[in-house]
Write a protein of this length. Sequence first.
Length: 122
Amino acid sequence: MTYITTAEAAVILGVKHGSMFRLKGIENVRHTYQRVGHTRCKMYHADDIDKLKAWRNSEEFQAEHIAKKRSGGKAKRINRKPRPRKQAREHAQAVTRTASNGEKYTFIPAPFEVPVAWEWSA
């Protein structure tokens, strides 16, 4: 009875170790759990590696794999602090800037006006 670890199976299949956790849906793949130090390690039967390869090449795996790539790593963005919103134009203050020649310029933002086409007809 030869068993291989998930990490070894991942190397054989050419997937990241994290992708191996999606194996839960595969039927008829013999596995066991073995203690390595204090962690419980899932081991797959070496004879069932062909079933794992079939799963790796399945349409379901490929579709999910591509969808994950396209999601643009949302998981990383969830915990980021929100970017502060730009100040609304009507609340924007006049800004004074000094040019390189020493002259001072004051920028007064124009209030935002709704074009006539946008106005609601009563």
